[in-house]
Design a protein around this ligand. Structure first.
Ligand SMILES: C[S@@+](CC[C@H](N)C(=O)[O-])C[C@H]1O[C@@H](n2cnc3c(N)ncnc32)[C@H](O)[C@@H]1O
Length: 258
């Protein structure tokens, strides 16, 4: 039985179309938002089902049917950075559907563009923000895979609750139409503007900021309020401020109360 599960896991993990869901919360959100989960393993079914009853009663029956137990040592071999919840799963990536969703017009909520982000924690935090704020999705440029397990862990599996894809900067905004607002400390004050629902909100990399290529494509350069002598905000924090500003004027597509 254990050998079968390990073989099944290894076969699924070898496929480029699969993504690791690391931890209970990632699996919970993936199931809630329609991911196709190929296999889900835990070091303790008892502990995992206690978590399910406490944190996701809506999913308790599905998790009971889905989770297979593996000895902790074996789980650690399959998942090198074992999550404290002792739960891991493999699911289908959803990039293709994400690109279709980002391209669909007319768009009723912004797409966040991260120009060559370097830090997977930031990418995950931005996906989580986009999901919570009901943005259309997150498009990244550059070589960081926004579906990297580290980003999915940082987003607590909320990649399935929004559209997440990587596209070449060359294609923007032709591939994802809409007015391009680039966020930069030298821009005009965000507080004086209304961000349209179909905007592309673009943010620069942690080290270098907005690239010259993106700056050249931008329709507007926009700044966040910041007192003198402070150089910049963290990338994910900047996205949070911009999406919050959009949400205050957003129509029905906005996040709404919980
Ligand atoms: C950590 S900052 C980049 C800092 C970088 N050293 C630079 O020179 O711009 C990452 C991104 O967050 C956004 N950002 C940070 N602070 C901002 C501000 N005050 N106004 C507008 N955007 C800001 C920008 O998009 C920026 O490229």
């Amino acid at each position: 039985m254990t050998g079968d599960v390990v073989r099944q896991w290894r076969a699924a993990a070898a496929d480029d179309g699969a993504v690791l869901l690391d931890g209970f919360h990632a699996l919970k959100h993936a199931l809630r938002f329609g991911a196709r989960v190929r296999i889900a393993a835990t070091a303790s079914r008892t502990d995992a089902l206690v978590l399910a009853r406490e944190l996701a009663p809506d999913l308790a029956a599905r998790l009971d049917a889905l989770l297979v137990e593996l000895p902790d040592r074996q789980l650690r071999e399959l998942v090198p950075r074992r999550h404290p919840t002792g739960v891991a799963a493999l699911a289908d990536r959803a990039d293709a559907a994400a690109v279709r969703a980002a391209r669909r017009a007319p768009r009723t909520a912004p797409v966040v563009v991260l120009d060559n982000p370097r830090n997977l924690g930031n990418v995950g935090a931005v996906v989580r923000l986009a999901a919570g704020m009901a943005a259309t999705g997150v498009v990244t440029t550059g070589d960081t895979d926004p579906w990297h397990p580290g980003a999915v862990r940082g987003a607590a599996g909320l990649h399935y609750a929004t559209a997440v894809a990587r596209l070449p900067l060359d294609g923007l905004p032709a591939a994802v139409p809409g007015p391009l607002y680039a966020l930069d400390p030298d821009g005009e004050d965000l507080r004086t503007l209304r961000l349209p629902d179909d905007a592309l909100l673009a943010f620069g990399s942690e080290r270098h900021g907005i690239s010259p290529a993106l700056r050249a494509r931008a329709d507007r350069l926009v700044s966040l309020p910041m007192r003198p002598l402070v150089s910049s905000y963290n990338l994910a924090t900047s996205v949070a401020m911009a999406l919050y500003h959009w949400s205050r004027d957003a129509g029905r597509a906005g996040p709404g109360p919980r």
